[in-house]
Design a protein around this ligand. Structure first.
Ligand SMILES: [Zn+2]
Length: 229
């Protein structure tokens, strides 16, 4: 049965595509089909030694690193990430996670992953935003792949100040030692997929990865919805 009340409401408050602003048609969620198909996908998950792996080489030991799409200033992914981080649209995080999960399914990149771990937000920031956007992406990834999420073991201990005005070295110093493990055994002998929304300097991911790798026999891969690299 069609939801007449919802249809009636949508005459006045139609669901709009967060990228182009066009009205969504039945079956579409958050992003219209056209904008969805024009997202600049990287396909890095199919390319060993891709640009992101080169970017992190020598900084941390990792198995694989990939991102779903390129994050370009003014581009479609920027609209999506803005919606996710500043418009309290948690649903789009889940939606993007499912999209990423469908994209990764069956690839060597995802095959040996045991646990999905979101980059933790400080509780204060999470309270402001209402949710951790990386956790929302993880939940979508989990829905598509069946891999469990752990958002309790890796925790953030210090709320670092805004990073926008700092140099790369300052940023790295800012996030050094701000993560810790609530339990050293959980990630032992597991292959962890550390998940973020967008990869920019990589310093936060680097810091998280170093902490996770303190677990014995643990391996790590990294994934993000977007990459600025
Ligand atoms: Zn659109």
């Amino acid at each position: 049965m069609r939801n007449i009340f919802r249809d009636f409401l949508s005459l006045f408050f139609p669901d709009l595509c967060v990228v182009c602003g066009d009205r969504l048609i039945e079956g579409e969620q958050h992003i219209c089909t056209e904008c969805l198909s024009s997202l600049p996908r990287t396909n890095f998950h199919l390319q060993p030694d891709n640009r992101l792996e080169q970017f992190f080489a020598g900084r941390i030991p990792f198995e694989h690193i990939a991102a779903f799409a390129y994050f370009i200033k003014g581009g479609s992914l920027q609209h999506i990430i803005h919606e996710l981080k500043y418009k309290r649209n948690a649903g789009i995080g889940n939606f993007m996670g499912i999209l990423c999960g469908e994209n990764l399914k069956g690839s060597d990149f995802i095959k040996s992953i045991d646990i999905l771990v979101p980059v933790p937000l400080h509780p204060k920031r999470q309270k402001q935003r209402g949710y951790n956007q990386s956790l929302k992406v993880c939940e979508g990834l989990s829905e598509a792949t069946g891999i469990p999420v752990d958002s309790k073991t890796l925790i953030r201990t210090v709320n670092n100040p805004s990073q926008t005005k700092n140099s790369r070295f300052d940023r790295w110093k800012n996030v050094e030692n701000i993560f810790s493990l609530s339990d050293r055994d959980t990630f032992g002998n597991k292959h962890i997929l550390l998940v973020d929304d967008v990869i920019t300097t990589g310093s936060t991911l680097e810091s998280c990865a170093k902490e996770i790798l303190k677990s014995e026999g643990c391996k790590i891969s990294i994934y993000a919805v977007g990459t600025a690299n």
